[in-house]
Ligand binder design. Structure first.
Ligand code: PBG
Length: 330
């Protein structure tokens, strides 16, 4: 039999569902939309400043006026939310993270400016001490350890200060025990019943945060974060955190990083009754951008592939440094 006469007797030919761009588009199981992206923004002091971050090509430390410009661009392409990370001057950092609760600090000024200029934009802020703490840890250091309860006390004050400056969602990223419930109680007691809590629920002790710590100059001065962030070996432990955070009143749960933890995203999505977010962190962004710059892969293509993978695993929301780029290309 010649090659052209050979025919399999197949009832099922899955390729029929891939035969044209229109059919593929019609049958796509997972979709990306700008409203699913949250844009992280690094904010710094000064005016008219766009300072490049060496380890994150295309990402900048922005003065507040530039933050407003970028946030406007985000709104214009359909992005609904941003999260702010302040770059705190070294001379303002101390081992009590005092600047974290300064109501005239950089972060509350940025929140207020954003809510004033773009009232419809959802503004989130990170609740944790590391940008303000001269020790570089997310909590207060006592001896060689990060103390849980005194840290939570301060995190509540930090969340209250952010709420007072107009934040829509506070996002505790510190991984202290009991902080979701304590922050909910504090917010409610001060009349901020409408301020939501997005909990970094399963946040792993990850090497992928490297570029972020360069961006904020916030690397721990000693030791690592393994006594509070989770062991990458564990998934059941993420379920334990989920059950606690849900019971304590979290409105949204996050898994972080994203790509190396797709199984965790999938598991939490199945078990939780609240929406699931995933943080595609700095290292995930920078390694694709670096390989793209070298011409080793097509960065845009891999960007979309990774974002789709995170959605396919079950994330409702994705925190991503590609939010603007991806939304513009969609
Ligand atoms: C700190 C915080 C980190 C990130 C977000 N909030 C770093 C860390 O835990 O050391 C990382 C984000 C990223 O890498 O993009 N509370």
């Amino acid at each position: 039999m010649s090659k052209s006469e050979f025919q399999l007797n197949l009832r099922h030919r899955p390729r029929r569902n891939r035969k044209s761009a229109a059919i593929r588009s019609m049958l796509a199981e997972t979709r990306l939309h700008p409203s699913q992206f949250v844009l992280p923004i690094f904010v710094r002091e000064g005016e008219n400043i766009r300072e490049p971050i060496g380890s994150m090509p295309g990402v900048y430390r922005l003065s507040i006026d530039q933050v407003l410009r970028v946030a406007k661009e985000a709104v214009d392409v359909g992005i609904c939310a941003v999260i702010l990370f302040p770059v705190i001057r070294v001379d303002l950092k101390d081992n009590q993270a005092t600047e974290a609760i300064n109501k005239n600090g950089l972060l509350p000024r940025a929140i207020a400016a954003l809510k004033h200029a773009l009232p419809e934009l959802v503004v989130m802020a990170d609740v944790a001490l590391d940008p303000y703490n001269s020790d570089g840890h997310d909590g207060l250091v006592q001896g060689e350890a990060v103390d849980n309860d005194s840290t939570v006390h301060l995190l509540c004050q930090q969340a209250l200060m952010q709420a007072a400056s107009g934040v829509d969602i506070v996002a505790p990223s510190d991984m202290m025990d009991g902080r979701i419930g304590a922050i909910r109680t504090a917010l409610d007691a001060h009349g901020f019943t409408q301020v939501s809590i997005l909990s970094y629920c399963a946040k792993y002790a990850s090497g992928y945060y490297g570029p972020f710590r360069e961006a904020l100059a916030s690397a721990p001065r000693f030791g690592d974060k393994k006594s509070y962030q989770m062991d990458p070996a564990n998934r059941r432990e993420a379920v334990r955190e989920l059950l606690l955070d849900e019971a304590e009143g979290a409105d949204i749960l996050m898994v972080k990083p994203a790509l190396a933890y797709l199984d965790v995203i999938h598991q939490l999505k199945r078990q939780a009754k609240v929406p699931i977010a995933a943080y595609q962190v700095s290292g995930e962004y920078s390694m694709v951008m670096a390989a793209g710059e070298k011409g080793w892969l097509d960065a845009d293509r891999v960007m979309f592939e990774n974002l789709l993978a995170i959605r396919r695993a079950g994330a409702d929301l994705i925190f991503t440094y590609w939010a603007l780029t991806a939304a513009q290309k969609l």
